[in-house]
Structures are given as structure tokens and as C-alpha cells.
Design a protein around this ligand. Structure first.
Ligand SMILES: Nc1ncnc2c1ncn2[C@@H]1O[C@H](COP(=O)(O)OP(=O)(O)O)[C@@H](O)[C@H]1O
Ligand SMILES: CC(=O)OP(=O)(O)O
Ligand SMILES: [Mg+2]
Length: 403
């Protein structure tokens, strides 16, 4: 069966094609085709990169500010030109989409219908950076592939079993009745990492207490007991919790009241400040990218150092909160761009828990670990670096719906 996966970000569109048979593999197979469109480089210009399992690569730039047109060009490279891997788009059996916000109604991967699309659109107000892009991807595919079944795989679904004490905000009770509650995000990644952790540790997932640290552009932690998310740092929207690349994470809500009292501040401006101009970028004034923060620190930039210090302080506090929710720990997992690639962040985070016997193997931490245990032999809990595979998790969800 051929499964096309679409992962729409605010300024990018990733996609890949998996070919699976009747037995679901334990480990992610290599996709037969992978593509990424980036709108980051120049306004109105899309940069497309395509790679096939046989090693053929293609790069091109074209004028486009419409996701639909760009996706259409991207999918042509599946059946035309040097990256061709199928004869026609008709060979695609099913399409899986990452959808960030599924609200209270969608707690499992779901076949997309007009009702599901309506819900994704309605929930855009809660995830303005993500849900509209997800919906555009779905609608583009409807036009291009017509009757192929499409599945929404929700980032919120993994957190559907949070206990009420973890998901209800201590505001007025009506908030809860109006859907204002903690949902949690990055669930596709946390779910993959939890299962992969059990494989690496050779343990049963149902016996494990895990803290998964997804540290990418967006950052969130999940406390996972027996494979179930019991606490998480992101909340009603993907703005809550840890300090991120350009998002503030949790701040005193009194700051918002204070700012709103200033006449010139609209909700759009506030959204822009908190979602796009805060976090590492807001504090350092350099970048939202941890690599550039590291470079600036090396050149003696004090604001970049402060940004990293806050990032670590918040990360440690978040891990401590997850520890309390779990009441113990078998393994701490680092994943996504920063988690997988920054030994500095990993060691600084772990150092705070040395008092309870958590100890890294310094050398393993430095050696670009992938799906490895980097804890010292005598550490009280394991520390894993796992390469997250959200696209594979989405493909798996599609496969499971049809078997
Ligand atoms: N070698 C590295 N060292 C430190 N940070 C890195 C490295 N490589 C990537 N990153 C960080 O990972 C972030 C992106 O993470 P990623 O998981 O790809 O993000 P997303 O999927 O949310 O866009 C970058 O902004 C960068 O800060
Ligand atoms: C939900 C979320 O924050 O996603 P990302 O990290 O991809 O922005
Ligand atoms: Mg991500």
C-alpha cells in the first residue's frame, strides 16, 4: 500500500511516500520519496527539494505564494522527471496529514470528511500558526487526488487521557465548558518516541515512566506512564509551557492585562509578539535558531547567553513538573532539532537532576547520538536521544486504520 504523508508547517511543507505491505515493520522504513517546500528564503518564492530512496536529488525554485500550486508541483516530481517513483498519482492509496489541533472531539486519527474539515477550520482560532496550513494541505490534495481517502492525525490526540487536574485551568468553570482547557501538542512525536524508547530499552512500554522532551522550533514535554500521556507543558494552544524559538511559553498572564491596557495593542500585535518575536529570538535579538544562539554566545553576546540560560531554567523546571506527575523516572528522552543535536542543552538539563542520581556519559553525549542511551552506567535513570519520526508515525496511523 502506498501512503503519502503531508506535514504542513507555517513556512514549510514536508511530504513523503511510504510503500508498505501487510506486515507493519517495527522500525521506520526509508520513504521511497521525500520532498520539502520552503518559503523562508525569499518572499513569494518556493524552494523545493526532493530526494528518493535510490539517492536521486532535485532542487528547484519557483514563484509561488499558494500552497496548492506548490503542492501540485511537488507531487509532479512523484511521477515525472528524474525523481519519478510511481507511474501515476492514482497509485496512491491513502494520504495522511499532520493536524495540530483536534480539540475535544478528535481523540484519534480520523478519516477526513466535511465535518472534520469544518472542525479543523473552527479550531484554527486556537492554533493560528498551524491549523490553517493543515487545512490548505488537505484541500489541495482533495483537488489533486479527488477521491483518495485522507486521514487527519492529530497532535492533540496522544494527550486525550490527561487527568482533569492536569487539563483543567484554574479560571472560571465556564472556561472548561467552552473548551478552554489544556490539550497538549507534539503528540505524534511524543507517541513515536515513547514506543521507540521501549524498543531501545528492551522493556515493555506499559511498565515505563518516561519524560519526552520535544525541543524543536516549538518545544514541549510529556510525562508518559505506561504509554499514556499524563501531563504535558503545552496547553490550550502551542504557546504554553517551555521557552521556544520564537514563542514565549508560559508567562504571567498579568503581563497580558498590563499590555492590553496600552491603547495601541491589538490582539494581532499581541499574537505577533508572543508567537513570533519572543523566546530565543525575542531575548537574544539574534535568531530563533539554537545554532545561531550558540555561535553568538561563542562571540561573547550576552543577550544570547541570557536567552540560553532562560531556556535551560525553564526546561529544568518543566522536567521537574513532569517528574512530580510521574512520581519517578525510567528514562528521559531528548528529541527534535535541539534535543537531538545540542549536547549543551542535554547536559545542562540533566545536571539539575544529579542530586537524584541522573548522570550522563559525557562522551556519548558529545558523539552525535541517534536512538542511543547516553546515560552513565550507574545513572539512576536512562537518558535517550531519539530521532523523531513524525511522518512515519502518521503513516503508521493510516496503515492501522486500514488493517
Ligand atoms: N546542530 C544543532 N545544534 C543545535 N540546535 C540545532 C542543531 N540543528 C538543529 N537545531 C535546532 O533545531 C531547531 C529546529 O528543530 P526542528 O525539530 O527541525 O523544528 P520544527 O520541526 O519544529 O520546525 C532549529 O531552530 C535549531 O535551533
Ligand atoms: C505544535 C507545534 O508547536 O508544532 P511545531 O513545533 O512544529 O511548531
Ligand atoms: Mg516540529
Amino acid at each position: 500500500m502506498k501512503i503519502l504523508v503531508l506535514n504542513a508547517g507555517s513556512s514549510s511543507q514536508k511530504s513523503c511516500l511510504y510503500e508498505l505491505n501487510d506486515v507493519l515493520p517495527d522500525r521506520p522504513p526509508q520513504p521511497v520519496w521525500e520532498a520539502k517546500i520552503d518559503w523562508n528564503h525569499r518572499e513569494g518564492v518556493a524552494e523545493l527539494k526532493v530526494e528518493t530512496a535510490s539517492g536521486t536529488e532535485q532542487k528547484e525554485e519557483f514563484a509561488s505564494d499558494s500552497r496548492e500550486a506548490a503542492i501540485s508541483r511537488m507531487l509532479e516530481t512523484l511521477w515525472q522527471g528524474k525523481t519519478q517513483v510511481i507511474n501515476s498519482l492514482k497509485e496512491i492509496d491513502i494520504v495522511g496529514h499532520r493536524v495540530v489541533h483536534g480539540g475535544q472531539d478528535y481523540q484519534q486519527s480520523t478519516l477526513i470528511s466535511p465535518d472534520v474539515k469544518e472542525a479543523i477550520a473552527r479550531l484554527s482560532v486556537f492554533a493560528p500558526v498551524h491549523n490553517p496550513a493543515n487545512l490548505e494541505g488537505i484541500e489541495a490534495l482533495e483537488k489533486i487526488l479527488e477521491n483518495v481517502p485522507q486521514v487527519a492525525v492529530f497532535d492533540t490526540a496522544f494527550h486525550a487521557q490527561l487527568p482533569p487536574a492536569a487539563f483543567v485551568y484554574p479560571g472560571p468553570y465556564e472556561w472548561l465548558e467552552n473548551g478552554i482547557r489544556r490539550y497538549g501538542f507534539h503528540g505524534i512525536s511524543h507517541q513515536y518516541c515513547a514506543r521507540r524508547a521501549a524498543q531501545i530499552l528492551n522493556r515493555d512500554l506499559t511498565d515505563l515512566r518516561l519524560i519526552s522532551c520535544h525541543l524543536g522550533n516549538g518545544c514541549s514535554l510529556a510525562a508518559i506512564r505506561g504509554g499514556v500521556s499524563v501531563d504535558t507543558t503545552m496547553g490550550f494552544t502551542p504557546l504554553d509551557g517551555l521557552m521556544m524559538g520564537s514563542r514565549s511559553g508560559a508567562i504571567d498572564p498579568g503581563i497580558i492585562i498590563h499590555l492590553l491596557r496600552r491603547e495601541d495593542l491589538t490582539s494581532e500585535k499581541l499574537d505577533n509578539i508572543l508567537n513570533r518575536n519572543s523566546g530565543l529570538k525575542g531575548i537574544s535579538g539574534v535568531s530563533s535558531d539554537m545554532r545561531q544562539i550558540g555561535d553568538a554566545i561563542a562571540q561573547g553576546n550576552e543577550r544570547a547567553q541570557l536567552a540560553l540560560d532562560i531556556y535551560i531554567h525553564r526546561l529544568r523546571a518543566g522536567i521537574a513538573a513532569m517528574l512530580a506527575s510521574l512520581g519517578g523516572l525510567d528514562a528521559l528522552i531528548f528529541t527534535a532539532g535541539v534535543g537531538e543535536n545540542s549536547p549543551v542543552v542535554r547536559s545542562a538539563a540533566c545536571e539539575a537532576f544529579g542530586f537524584m542520581g541522573l548522570k550522563l556519559d559525557g562522551e556519548k553525549n558529545q558523539q552525535s547520538p541517534v536512538d542511543e542511551d547516553i546515560a552513565a552506567v550507574d545513572s539512576a535513570a536512562r537518558v535517550l536521544v531519539i530521532h523523531t519520526q513524525e511522518d512515519w508515525e502518521i503513516a503508521r496511523e493510516c496503515w492501522k486504520l486500514y488493517h
